[in-house]
Design a protein around this ligand. Structure first.
Ligand code: ADP
Ligand code: MG
Length: 238
């Protein structure tokens, strides 16, 4: 029976079958109840594998989630507004200085999207801009690849200056995603400063990005510095 399952690619059922058969004998299940359990075992296994694959393909840099974000540390930020983002906004722009939790929040929102069954891809502007003009798999192929995920996280808009060709490709990607896919941007720069990164593409690009966007400015202190300050403090407090 296990061999048949494998031939039909019912791998989760094959694994669950010995236990299921035991249960069926002990509890004298009807044929119908047994078959339902068997099919459900296969379904659950497939869902779990799809979820694992989605998480792997998202390439989130660290497993931060919203539950582990200390909103009290960042009073400029409303937890309610952040949680609402999952439901309402198409695009989110997280703006603020280094260390205030932009990447953490972006990953936390991305995990929510993954949990809800959406596809996600995380990439920094540096990686993306290189891939958009890569000799193999770049150009339209890269644009197509990055236009597919339901949610794209584009991290660190601000540390990489784009060439005109890269800026044009980024604009094409934003256009391809416009109005049917969500994007989260993080940036340490103000929008006025994006011109320095993107050149002539900046205005049409911002126009599309900001059309359906929530802009969240985080003005607080760096959490990294807080951790540093805590560890620099003498440990033996009287
Ligand atoms: P940014 O992307 O704004 O530079 P990060 O998101 O990388 O900042 O945050 C830096 C580090 O501090 C990460 O390890 C992150 O998990 C942590 N961190 C930042 N803000 C908070 C917060 N409010 N609560 C818990 N951890 C935080
Ligand atoms: Mg960051």
């Amino acid at each position: 029976m296990s061999a048949l399952c494998h031939m039909l690619h019912l791998t989760s059922l094959a694994a669950a079958l010995p236990t299921l058969l035991d249960t069926a004998r002990q509890e004298q299940l009807s044929y119908e109840a047994f078959l339902t359990l068997a099919l459900k075992a296969e379904m659950d296994g497939r869902d779990a594998r799809a979820r694992t694959r989605r998480f792997r393909e998202a390439r989130l840099p660290f497993p931060s989630d919203l539950e582990r974000f200390d909103f009290r540390f960042q009073p400029s930020l409303s937890e309610r507004v952040v949680r609402e983002l999952v439901k309402t906004a198409t695009n989110v722009v997280l703006v603020g200085p280094p260390g205030v939790g932009k990447t953490h929040l972006a990953c936390g929102l991305a995990r929510k999207a993954l949990d809800a069954g959406h596809t996600v891809r995380f990439v920094t502007l540096r990686e993306l801009s290189a891939q958009l003009v890569a000799p193999r798999g770049g150009g339209v192929n890269a644009i197509r690849r990055y236009s597919q995920p339901m949610l794209l996280v584009l991290d660190e808009m601000g540390y990489t200056q784009l060439t005109p060709v890269q800026a044009q490709a980024l604009f094409d990607l934003v256009l391809a995603r416009y109005e049917h896919r969500a994007t989260i941007f993080t940036s340490n720069l103000t929008f006025a400063e994006w011109g320095g990164l993107l050149g002539d593409e900046v205005l049409p690009l911002l126009d599309r990005v900001l059309h359906h966007a929530e802009v969240i400015a985080i003005n607080g202190r760096s959490y990294r510095m807080r951790e540093r300050a805590a560890s620099d403090r003498p440990t033996a407090t009287p």
